[in-house]
Design a protein around this ligand. Structure first.
Ligand SMILES: Nc1ncnc2c1ncn2[C@@H]1O[C@H](COP(=O)(O)OP(=O)(O)OP(=O)(O)O)[C@@H](O)[C@H]1O
Ligand SMILES: [Mg+2]
Length: 482
């Protein structure tokens, strides 16, 4: 990238058209020029071009042939064909060969710029999707917990560690942050995964039924107890019990749960002997359990027993860089479910989603995307379809720009972490971070890599938009992309 601008290669033999294009595009984009196909191909092969404007009628290599070669080099590089009236048929062939679109001479420059922006946005989204897919594959064992923020990475690593033990876990976090998802992931990654994960919502079961629900009852234990009934703890034997909304557990039941945790036995209602159970307990709450302990609504001894390993899931607004990833993930999920062809969420709509506070966290985001997919009549979800509360939250304000920059930076760092960079490349990035730039010779000296390996490493870093190549020939060097 040239100073944070997208780089456009213009391959056009007519000087007047070339000059008009440079004049129109130079402020907004980095412009590279080639007057014939051969030179065009050379520039494209360097790998730091984001989009090509390609004349169909070229001397030496014809535009269509060049298009094919460019697509061989990098199939994701968008190419817009420039065509005269007489060559519109060839433009149609170009589309079949993978051109993004074509524009007929004489063209309206505003129209061309809109086309360029659309193509660049599509390319960015495709990259994002690719990344998203690889992230999904990596997190398959994580019950599709989506997240790329540092905070979610910490949770993933916590899940991995905790799954290896049998310790009791207390998951805290606002409603809709994914507490149950995390509890299931711990179970699924643990040696208990072949046995049941039994979830009990302590707030949803009336106090007088809670004991028999949890511990079961013997036949004849009370009127209506016609058969022996196994409780949730016995069902979860060998597996995991998830006590959701543990904060609403009545005090009378708290002492009974404490006994299970201490002695690893349960008593069925109406039973005469204690039954041993081997259950891992994970509990969750969105209330401040510590405060409940202080106000004597929750037993402190039980609190400490449950809170052996605390996992706190941050609210969505504390990890807004996860929002685009989650939104695209839910878009993918619901468009398949609804059988709709919706390609993307527009940049402005995404900015709106990122600025909103999400009191209902991921659940609220998921529900919104489902609603937008159902109602969407176009192939893009645009900002005008967002509900008023999101518009009110500062859509299109300056804050948005900050948020999206922050996201880009976070995204860059994640790409770096996930791009499988080798030791040499990481060393060179560190070098560029401290010294500002590196030359090809510098890279070879720093890493002891043979010339061809060094070039391959550097080209890969440029393709990943981590480094940008500046200058030409021997005088060229690499800096970090802005
Ligand atoms: N990181 C995530 N990736 C994908 N889906 C998520 C994520 N976090 C939450 N969800 C989805 O959001 C919804 C709410 O998640 P979950 O039920 O785990 O939240 P919770 O914290 O238990 O909420 P509550 O306190 O209201 O019970 C679910 O449909 C879940 O699949
Ligand atoms: Mg829940």
């Amino acid at each position: 990238m040239t100073e944070g601008k997208a780089d456009i290669l213009i391959v056009e033999d007519e000087k007047s058209v070339r000059d008009a294009l440079i004049f129109a595009l130079k402020d907004k984009y980095g412009v590279h020029l080639a007057s014939d196909g051969k030179k065009g191909l050379e520039i494209a092969a360097k790998g730091n071009i984001d989009l090509v404007l390609l004349d169909i009628n070229l001397p030496e290599i014809n535009g269509l042939v060049l298009l094919e070669r460019i697509k061989d080099l990098d199939s994701s590089l968008p190419v817009i064909m420039i065509t005269g009236n007489k060559t519109v048929d060839s433009a149609v062939s170009a589309m079949k060969l993978g051109a993004y679109d074509y524009i007929v001479k004489p063209f309206d420059i505003k129209e061309l710029m809109a086309l360029i922006d659309k193509a660049l946005e599509k390319k960015m989204l495709e990259q994002q999707n690719l990344y998203l897919r690889s992230e999904l594959e990596k997190t398959a064992g994580f019950e599709k917990i989506i997240g790329q923020s540092g905070k979610m990475k910490e949770i993933f690593s916590m899940i991995r560690t905790v799954a290896k033990s049998d310790s009791t876990v207390l998951i805290t976090g606002e409603s809709g942050t994914g507490k149950e998802l995390v509890a299931r992931a711990i179970h699924n990654q643990s040696s208990r995964s072949k046995k049941l994960f039994v979830a009990v919502n302590c707030a949803a079961i009336p106090e007088n039924l809670l004991e028999s629900e949890l511990f079961g009852y013997e036949k004849g234990a009370f009127t209506g107890a016609m058969e022996r009934h196994l409780g949730k703890f016995e069902l979860a034997d060998g597996g995991t019990i998830f006590l959701d909304e543990i904060g609403s557990m009545p005090l009378s039941m708290q002492s009974k749960i404490l006994r299970v945790l201490q002695e690893r036995v349960i008593d069925r209602v109406g039973g005469t002997t204690s039954i041993p159970v081997d259950v891992r307990v994970i509990s969750a709450t969105n209330s401040d359990l510590k405060a409940e302990v202080e106000s004597k609504k929750f037993r402190s001894d039980l609190y400490y027993r449950l809170n052996v390993i605390p996992i706190h899931i941050p609210s969505l607004r504390e990890r807004s860089e996860d929002i685009p990833l989650l939104a695209n993930y839910f878009l993918g999920k619901y468009k398949i479910e609804c059988g709709k062809k919706i390609d993307l969420i527009s940049k402005k709509a995404m900015d709106g989603l990122m600025a909103y506070r999400w009191p209902g966290n991921v659940r609220e985001l998921e529900n919104l995307i489902e609603r937008l997919v159902v109602l969407c009549q176009k192939n893009t979800i645009t900002e005008d379809s967002l509900p008023p509360e999101i518009h009110k939250s500062g859509l299109l304000t300056e804050k948005m720009d900050d948020a999206s920059k922050k996201f880009e930076l976070g995204f860059m760092n994640e790409i770096m972490k996930n791009a499988n960079l080798n030791e040499r490349q990481l060393k060179a990035i560190e070098f560029v971070r401290s010294k500002g730039k590196i030359t090809k010779q510098g890279y070879i000296k720093l890493t002891n890599a043979p010339k061809t390996t060094a070039f391959r490493d550097l080209n890969a870093l440029v393709k990943l938009n981590i480094l940008a190549q500046k200058g030409i020939g021997k005088a060229s060097f690499y800096t970090l992309c802005e």
